[in-house]
Write a protein that binds this ligand. Structure first.
Ligand SMILES: Nc1ncnc2c1ncn2[C@@H]1O[C@H](COP(=O)(O)OP(=O)(O)OP(=O)(O)O)[C@@H](O)[C@H]1O
Ligand SMILES: [Mg+2]
Length: 232
């Protein structure tokens, strides 16, 4: 479904991604792991054309999308939940959700809407409230809902439980697992919680200094690998 080949990415002249290779099959759940500052967010940004420059290939369903503008990638079936949520604080919950619905090209509007409002009851409750007045956990639910309304085949989430109160962490983790297992949505998740990554994912990739230094099936994510590449 998603094939990343020899991907290099740059901020100005400095290389932030080095020869990244990653393949994500239909229905898989890939956890992208690594210490702070190793390039996890940069990799996701590269998928959406948000870096100054990239080289290499990003194939989605066989087609190289690496030269496409960001909005066209969103319409091609990948949803993005950025680190720090990226909702529009001055706009209401409903207006934020409309941004997602606007990027949808499928005709499954009613289905995805009922899915999203079932998963996140707070959205109806706070529909008219400004995004910026929601709690961190509510903003994260809004960001995930907005991405889901594009009716994506694959959803890319960047540390969705970072800085969120524990009861909402559980809700968000359950939703991510459900999207994958019950709705067949392919997941790429940047995650700091190794326990959740092990439990939820089918594959892992560990980054260091802009490269993928270890990858494999989730049950191959040994304590030794975690210690070597992730302890601080
Ligand atoms: N806009 C930018 N301009 C220049 N360099 C940047 C920019 N954003 C990130 N970097 C650099 O690129 C490298 C990778 O950063 P990135 O944000 O991708 O790391 P990360 O793995 O997501 O870290 P974290 O776990 O803290 O979110 C870091 O050295 C960072 O300083
Ligand atoms: Mg990051």
């Amino acid at each position: 479904m998603l094939e990343i080949r020899n991907l290099c990415g740059f901020y100005g002249n400095s290389a932030a991604l080095r020869n990244v290779e990653l393949s994500v099959g239909d229905g898989e759940f890939v956890a992208v792991l690594g210490r702070n500052g190793v390039g996890k967010t940069t990799l996701l940004r590269a998928l959406f054309g948000l870096l100054d420059r990239t080289t290499g290939e990003i194939r989605l369903g066989g087609e190289d999308i690496s030269g496409w503008p960001t909005h066209k990638r969103a319409r091609a079936g990948i949803g993005y939940v950025p680190q720090g949520r990226g909702i529009l604080p001055e706009f209401t919950v409903m207006e934020n959700l409309r941004m997602g619905a606007f990027a949808r090209t499928s005709d499954r509007g009613e289905e995805v809407e009922s899915l999203v409002f079932d998963m996140f009851p707070m959205l109806s409750e706070f529909a008219g409230r400004a995004g910026g007045n929601l709690s961190g956990g509510q903003q994260q639910q809004l960001a995930i809902a907005r991405a889901l309304l594009t009716d994506p085949d694959i959803i890319v989430l960047d540390e969705p439980t970072e800085g969120i109160q524990p009861n909402v962490v559980e809700l968000i983790e359950d939703v991510i697992v459900k999207l994958n297992r019950d709705h067949g949505i392919t997941i790429v998740l940047v995650e700091q919680d190794i326990g959740f990554a092990r439990k939820a994912s089918s594959k892992f990739a560990i980054m260091e200094k802009g490269r993928i230094v270890a990858s494999g099936a989730a049950d191959e994510l040994t304590d030794e690998l975690v210690h070597r590449h992730m302890s601080v």
